[in-house]
Structure formats: structure tokens, C-alpha cells
Design a protein around this ligand. Structure first.
Ligand code: GAL
Length: 343
């Protein structure tokens, strides 16, 4: 009789611990279901959409290997307040880890406070918060790339082409007239890509003349409108366009096509990202080069780190720098190697 009572108490206790442990299952116990939350600053962003396609492929693969994984993806629609609420909701829903693509990279404190209280690790990605914020708690991580590297590569691509092909200096004045189309103001990638692309061109010994810069918030449509306005105002003397991403480079190309300006009379146009559409524009000769922003590498790192954190697996071999960062390298893409990326 006494033994029966003990068995019942033990059973009740283990049931209660299973019910209340929520995110705290350890891998050695049974993590029956892995719940990963993701919130994107804007679901219509082309690059992030393709990064998430790749992330979902890793999840599908993992399910085939027998893992029971639920991934909830939220769109913050450019509102930090909305994103804060989404993180709260994901914590309450029992997500064991949350991947946050911050709306405002200078304003992560509410998210950090909520996560710390609930003991739910956060992996920030693509939109980099400042280091002091990332250091606020040990279970905060960042997955992305080193933005300055892409600026240098974009500048090198242009410098190599200008030295090789004298026709790029269309008016033959020995000076390259250029325009920069910038992403969002305050975004680390926009600031550093702009600065390093131009500096690299100058350091390569090329004389430059800045014809202007336009903010187009990563958007193809906004870039098209800005460049169309430029063309209308008689700015057809441009020789190089640096766009902070492929979508804006494509917008510039759209503007030249609409204005019926033939390829040889257009500036050479460079992008960054290597999106599917960006790579196609290289193949068709409309874009001179891009810098590959390794979405598959970042998606893999994001997925693996999320999986390990959710299952309390040792993360010492996922390649973290300073126990916090995973940064994937950029690579240059031109017509010579574009097919390697289209595979
Ligand atoms: C950049 C990318 C842009 C845009 C932005 C959003 O890394 O090059 O295309 O996606 O992130 O934060």
C-alpha cells in the first residue's frame, strides 16, 4: 500500500516537472518538440526572404532526420513595438529560442529584458545591435557578416573593371563620376558599404567625382524612382553606380531601361547580396558585379545555433567568436564565376 502511494507521488512529480519545465528541457532529457520563433523586420525584404527559404530547407532536412520542430515566423512590418509584442508572445508560447531580425538595431533593450527574465536565448541576425547591448546577457548572440568587407569588395570590383576597360570613363576626363544608392539610414550595412566602397576605389588610385547619393531603403522601387529622377534632370553622365544591395541596383537598371538608354551608354552598376534576381542581372549583362552575402551560410549558422540552444547542446563547436558572433565571409561575383552561385 505504502509502495503504491510512493509510486503515485513519483509519477505525479515527474508529470509536473514535464509540464512546468517549458523551455528548460535538456537534450539528455527528452526534448519532445523544438519550438523556434523568428521575427523579421519586414517580410517583403528580398534578401531576407531568400535567407528564410534557405533556413526552412534546413528545418525540413532536420525533420526528415526525425526532429520534431515547429518554427513560427512573424513579420514586424517595420515596427519595433510590434516586434517587442511578438517576442513576448513567442516566449509565452514556449519557444526555447528566438531569432530576432531587429527593426531598430539601436533599440533591443525591451527584447533583451524579456528574454533574460524568461531565460530564453536570443539570436539576433542581419541587423546588428551594438556590442554593449549584445554583452548585456550571456545568452545573446549575433549571426551576420562584416559589412565593411562587402564595401571593400564592391570597390575592388569597380576598380579592377575601370583599370581594365577605359570605356567606363565615358567622357574620358580621367575621373569617374559616381552615384551611391544607399540602404536605410543608420543600418550598419548601408553606412559601412558606402564608406568602404568609395574609399577602396580611391585607394586603388582612381580619381572620383561624387555626383550624388540617394537613400532608397533597400527597395527596388525607391531606387528606380530616385535614378529616374536623376536621369530626367540630365544626369546621364554617370559612369559608376554603387548600390548598397542588389534590389536597389536592379531598380537603377529598371530606370535606365524605362528611359530607353542602351547598355553601352549606361553607367556600370554594382550590387551586393547575390539574390537570385541579382545574379540573373549579371548573366544578362545589366549588372557588372555583385558581392555575395552568404544567405545559405547565415541560414545554416542561424539554424544550427538555434537548434543547439533549444536542445541545450554544447555550442562550443558552432564557430562562435567571443562566444557571441558568427560572421560569414562575403565573396565577389562577376560574369566569370556567376554560374557557380546560380547552381
Ligand atoms: C542587408 C542586405 C539588404 C537587406 C538588409 C536588411 O544585409 O544586403 O538587402 O536585406 O540587410 O536588413
Amino acid at each position: 500500500m505504502k509502495l503504491k502511494r510512493i509510486i503515485i507521488v513519483v509519477l505525479i512529480l515527474s508529470l509536473m516537472s514535464a509540464l512546468f519545465s517549458g523551455c528548460n528541457f535538456s537534450k539528455d532529457d527528452t526534448v519532445t518538440q523544438i519550438k523556434i520563433g523568428v521575427t523579421l523586420y519586414d517580410q517583403y525584404d528580398t534578401y531576407l526572404g531568400q535567407l528564410m527559404d534557405s533556413f526552412n530547407e534546413f528545418v525540413t532536412e532536420s525533420r526528415k532526420n526525425g526532429n520534431d520542430i515547429i518554427v513560427s515566423v512573424y513579420d514586424a512590418s517595420n515596427s519595433q513595438t510590434k516586434q517587442n509584442d511578438q517576442v513576448k508572445e513567442m516566449i509565452e508560447a514556449g519557444c526555447q529560442v528566438i531569432c530576432v531580425n531587429l527593426v531598430d538595431r539601436t533599440d533591443p533593450s525591451i527584447i533583451i529584458d524579456m528574454a533574460r527574465k524568461a531565460e530564453v536565448p536570443i539570436i539576433f541576425f542581419n541587423r546588428e545591435l551594438v556590442e554593449s547591448d549584445l554583452m548585456q546577457w550571456e545568452k545573446l548572440y549575433y549571426v551576420g557578416a562584416d559589412a565593411f568587407e562587402s564595401g571593400i569588395m564592391q570597390g575592388e570590383l569597380a576598380a579592377e573593371a575601370i583599370k581594365r576597360d577605359k570605356r567606363i570613363d565615358k567622357n574620358g576626363d580621367g575621373v569617374i563620376q559616381y552615384l551611391v544608392i544607399e540602404g536605410e539610414a543608420g543600418h550598419q550595412d548601408a553606412i559601412l558599404r558606402t564608406e568602404y566602397a568609395v574609399d577602396t576605389l580611391i585607394e586603388a588610385g582612381i580619381k572620383v567625382d561624387k555626383e550624388g547619393s540617394a537613400i532608397a531603403n533597400w527597395s527596388r522601387e525607391q531606387a528606380q524612382a530616385k535614378v529616374a529622377q536623376y536621369i530626367n534632370e540630365g544626369g546621364e553622365d554617370l559612369e559608376v553606380i554603387f548600390a548598397n544591395n542588389d534590389d536597389m541596383a536592379l531598380g537603377a537598371i529598371d530606370a535606365y531601361k524605362k528611359a530607353n538608354i542602351e547598355l553601352t551608354k549606361r553607367p556600370v552598376i554594382y550590387g551586393i547580396d547575390g539574390t537570385r534576381e541579382g545574379l540573373q542581372a549579371l548573366v544578362s549583362g545589366n549588372m557588372a558585379g555583385t558581392v555575395y552575402n552568404d544567405k545559405e551560410g547565415q541560414a545554416k549558422a542561424l539554424y544550427e545555433l538555434a537548434y543547439d540552444l533549444a536542445t541545450h547542446t554544447d555550442i562550443s563547436d558552432v564557430g562562435l567568436t567571443d562566444a557571441k558572433y558568427i560572421r560569414l565571409p562575403y565573396t565577389k561575383v562577376t560574369i566569370e564565376n556567376v554560374y557557380d552561385y546560380l547552381k
